[in-house]
Design a protein around this ligand. Sequence first.
Ligand SMILES: *Cc1c(COP(=O)(O)O)cnc(C)c1O
Length: 487
Amino acid sequence: MVLSKTTSTSDLSVHSTFASRYVRTSLPRFKMAQESIPKEAAYQIITDELMLDGNPRLNLASFVTTWMEPECNKLIMDSINKNYVDMDEYPVTTELQAKSKTAIGVGTVGSSEAIMLAGLAFKRKWQNRRKEKGKPYDKPNIVTGANVQVCWEKFAKYFEVELKEVKLSDGYYVMDPEKAVELVDENTICVAAILGSTLNGEFEDIKRINDLLIQKNKENGWDTPIHVDAASGGFIAPFIYPELEWDFRLPLVKSINVSGHKYGLVYAGIGWVIWRNKEDLPEELIFHINYLGADQPTFTLNFSKGSSQVIAQYYQLIRLGYEGYKNVMENCRDNMLVLREGLEKTGRFEIVSKEEGIPLVAFSLKDNSHFDEFQISDLLRRFGWIVPAYTMPPDAQHVTVLRVVIREDFSRTLAERLMVDIEKVLHELDSLPSKVVASTSVTVPESVNNNDKVKNTDIEIQREMTAVWNRYLLERKKLNDKMNGVC
Ligand SMILES: *Cc1c(COP(=O)(O)O)cnc(C)c1O
């Protein structure tokens, strides 16, 4: 390029970073550049681009950890070059993960991998049972609520299992135990219940599902099991709802997955699945590899992965202990209540999350005829807040909610600030239609002097504008739903 010719080709030690030719010319977007560039330039270019990302701490859409103590950050950097699979070379790291002697489980990259593995184990066990009885084993299905996280749909598609979804209904946004158990048939590999629906944080009634399913199994001579997707709730219920029976206390619960990177309080990249008994994990799925010197039983989808997250999880477990996790979860719940009360006080919102459950607030506008939840989400973005709006799955798709997930690092001050900003946004949106009308009222004929008539025209224009706006939003909503990445 002409511009680059005017700059000397000497390196960054002579020119300031931004004046160097590397930063002054644009990088090829879709192919690898022929030449190398200095490390300072590469660093600067990438750092600059990343400035345009949202601030993770203000990303209230996600359950995934965005803050850890500096000591743990250091541990993570110290172990960033260790491959977890090299167990023989890094025996201490391996030992950290193997601290539980009784549970049978496997560490994963997150709950999605954990769920694929749990699902596979159920599918294989069901197939083996059917084969033994000489029955067909080609039409496995799994029963879930329509509120399941997308990884269950992935599991169903990737591993060819029919997903039988219990539809939601108005005001009831989790799997109905009665309807779920009704859907169970001889081909059901398991019922997947969620401890903490991603949509509104509500815990599904796993005890009830267990009791109904025991009954149905007895009547039909089946042994349909339950899996609990405790991606978020697995690290909440034991600390603030210890009485709640959702786990291996219930006889039909055969496996549980948890995301360490959600309320386990570690950065993205760790989860696990545990099985009730050794027999619940078919031996034929376990690979025994003799790699780099030792026998390693493995049941994972990946081979290599980083060790840092395992080490970071160990840090949190020993650093916080039961007491620490309890404190963090209680604090999250308290901040959730502050936000919930603030939203209720505006008188404008219907709260669709429960007080008991994952510390989040999901809320809808009581009146969305003038503006809707998507507009609130858009305007909050201007203050830096990332608050997603989405429509509920069938049969509650007419309900749109905004959702704020309360994580450890979402302090009381931030909760109060967010409330102030929500009120500002409401105020702005309240005044929007009249502003729109004011600017378009020029087109209203001057001759119309009668006040009432002007008002009528105003209202008509306002209605028309609202209708156009709503049509536009509806289209966007449809698009958003497809790309909706609430996680
Ligand atoms: C987040 C989540 C998942 C997916 O977990 P990842 O750890 O992100 O793979 C699955 N189920 C539920 C209920 C979740 O909240």
